[in-house]
Design a protein. Structure first.
Length: 636
């Protein structure tokens, strides 16, 4: 039976075993995988429904009506590829190669399916995307302290006593990691604004106010230092700027921290003493760093593991193999123009993008300030091609739509940003569409490009990547996964140590220490837009339909507005407005409302991103700031 691996943008990257039974796909977790451990999350268990969906695209589509109208005609592949190649050539000749942008992300994390199409656009010297939508601010912040965002191997949790889930609902978004911690009998704590399912299953929960993570972490650090709970030998040998940091937090009042965070002084002290005693590991989530305060918060949190003696005592990212060969940036003949992902609408408005090629992504569901983005696509001269499995919102606004296949229909490999395993994905059968690499080869041929790197087979690319990383193709085919050995690691900082006083931050014009800023918006309620249990950003909404479109609000905030549970309400701000029903919940603090993110607007009529801000965290790599959105709500 073929080995499969779930290619979704998820920490777990589950190894699976797949087969056809009476023409229907059946999947189960690979019982031999040490981390994903032979079981699937609720989304993974329903993959056959997704694979066999009657809504899958079966033929290329050419737009015949107004953009967004859904009026298309079917075409064959020869016509569609000829039209895409012709328009691509015409755009480059008329406007230059940098007027072409390839927009892709992690909708499919297969190494080949993710990276191989970029070879064509590198060869053509087009503009490339600077990814800032997901974990950018935290990446940059961790580099300020450790020189890397790569934390510990989660299999090392077996020798730990405590894990702190800080701003991550792991029971929904990292289920296998959450269960790994439970199997190893770790005590679990959660720090979050919302009483999530993870918080409800944790031994301790610290419910903080939005944007105050940095203060809470600094307060905890103050107690650890002033109570002499830190690992003195480790700090002396491995930390740069400890005395300066000690003096910095010395002036911080715990009463002030308590008033701002909503955490009592006793709870702050209890966290510090328990964390230091148990030498906790912190799993730093992605959600809260998608805010104007996110980079500073991660920088403050990152200091805590080093205080208690961990070399890399956090979980954030896990880059295991060098995949650059698949992307082929060596094919460029000039440096790439990089367009910030969160500023797509702005660059279209400025006329700098004339041809947009989208794959592995659905930006007309996932990007913020949707009203602006849709208006930009309608009002400006830009030709849009989307390669996808379904007729997504992005596809609706495209000139040509190419049907994609699924990871059950092609060969690929995938690594994880949580654990250290690379997994094999073998084709089970073929239904519809073509892979990203197949379409790339067809376009290269239509453009008359004979460069051999644009015509390599998937297996050739995979074998080369494994060879470059010292891994065995034969072992991978036999077992279905391989663990990548960890090399000796050092801190890639100017001092070669963990930097409490960050020289990198100073060079970038920031304070050497994390700073707290209290952000305020034009509207009274802070909108949080986390992921739903049954979707991964916009994926699965159309096939699973197990969504929750309600607006969650604290009963006191609802009462002030005359709103009862189940009422129809309008949430609004300067970016737009949406209409939905309410759910009153004590799981949210006052001043905070919640909508789950990125459902399909074509199905729901709206999604949370008609309200979210397209501001970016400029000092931290133009990372996204979704959770720095303010709204108000009224009964209708």
């Amino acid at each position: 039976m073929p080995f499969s691996v779930c290619m979704r943008d998820c920490y777990d990257t589950c190894s699976m075993i797949s087969e056809l039974k009476n023409g229907r796909l059946a999947v189960r977790g690979n019982p031999n995988h040490p981390v994903t451990a032979g079981f699937l999350c609720p989304k993974g268990a329903l993959l056959p429904k997704w694979f066999h969906s009657p809504e899958r695209l079966k033929a290329p589509l050419i737009r015949t009506g107004e953009r967004g109208s859904g009026e298309f005609r079917e075409a064959n592949w020869s016509e569609a590829i000829r039209l895409v190649a012709g328009k691509l050539r015409e755009t480059i000749e008329k406007h230059g190669s940098e007027s072409v942008l390839v927009y892709q992300y992690a909708g499919d994390r297969g190494v080949v399916n993710y990276a191989f199409p970029l070879r064509l656009f590198h060869y053509l010297n087009t503009a490339m995307l600077d990814h800032g939508i997901c974990d950018r601010a935290g990446q940059e912040a961790l580099k300020d302290v450790y020189g890397t965002a790569i934390g510990i191997d989660p299999e090392e949790l077996k020798s730990q006593r405590l894990i702190v889930y800080w701003g991550i609902n792991a029971f929904w978004t990292n289920l296998h990691g959450f269960m790994l911690a439970k199997r190893n009998d770790l005590e679990t704590w959660t720090v979050d604004v919302v009483r999530t399912e993870t918080a409800k299953r944790s031994d301790r929960f610290f419910q903080i106010r939005p944007d105050t993570d940095v203060l809470f972490a600094l307060g905890v650090a103050k107690v650890i230092i002033e109570e002499n709970l830190y690992d003195e030998n480790f700090v002396r040998e491995n930390v740069y700027g400890f005395e300066e940091f000690r003096n910095y937090v010395k002036t911080l009042s715990l009463d002030y921290v308590s008033n701002e965070t909503g955490i009592s002084v006793g709870e702050i002290e209890g966290f510090a003493k328990g964390y230091a005693e148990k030498k906790g590991i912190i799993h730093i989530g992605y959600g809260f760093q998608r805010s104007l305060a996110g980079g500073e918060a991660v920088r403050a949190i990152a200091i805590l593991p080093a205080l208690v003696g961990h070399r890399f005592g956090f979980i954030y990212d896990m880059k295991t193999i060098d995949k650059s060969y698949a992307e082929g940036a060596f094919l460029r003949t000039k440096p790439a123009k990089r367009i910030p992902q969160m500023k797509l609408a702005e660059y279209i408005e400025k006329g700098e993008i004339k041809f947009l090629y989208v794959y592995n992504s659905n930006p007309l569901a996932s990007l913020p300030n949707q009203k602006r983005l849709r208006r930009a696509l309608i009002e400006n001269d830009v030709f849009v091609v989307t390669h996808d499995i379904f007729l997504t919102d992005t596809a609706l606004y495209s000139d040509i739509v190419l049907p994609a296949n699924t990871f059950f229909e092609r060969l690929d490999i995938a690594d994880s940003y949580y654990h250290r395993y690379v997994a094999l994905n073998e084709p089970v059968t073929r239904l519809y569409g073509k892979s990203n690499s197949e379409v790339t080869r067809l376009l290269a041929k239509a453009l008359g490009i004979e460069n051999p790197y644009l015509h390599e087979s998937d297996e050739e690319v995979i074998r080369k990547i494994l060879e470059l990383n010292g891994l065995s193709w034969e072992e991978l085919r036999k077992k279905g996964f391989i663990k990548i050995p960890e090399k000796p690691r050092t801190w890639d900082t100017p001092s070669g140590k963990i930097e409490f006083y960050s020289q990198r931050a100073v060079e970038m014009g920031l304070s050497p220490f994390p700073e707290y800023q209290g952000f305020k918006g034009r509207y009274p309620l802070r909108l949080l837009t986390p992921t739903h249990r049954m979707t991964i950003t916009s994926q699965y909404h159309n096939t699973y339909r197990m969504i929750d479109p309600n607006l969650y609000i604290n009963p006191a905030d609802a009462g002030e507005r005359g709103i009862a549970d189940g009422d129809t309400v309008e949430a609004f701000n300067e970016y737009g407005k949406i209409r939905t029903t309410t759910k009153l919940s004590e799981d949210l603090p006052r001043g905070v409302v919640l909508l789950y993110k990125a459902f399909w607007p074509k199905l729901l009529g709206w999604n949370a991103n008609f309200l979210t801000t397209d501001e970016t965290v400029q000092n931290y790599g133009n990372g996204s700031a979704y959770h720095s959105t303010w709204v108000d709500v009224r009964k209708v």
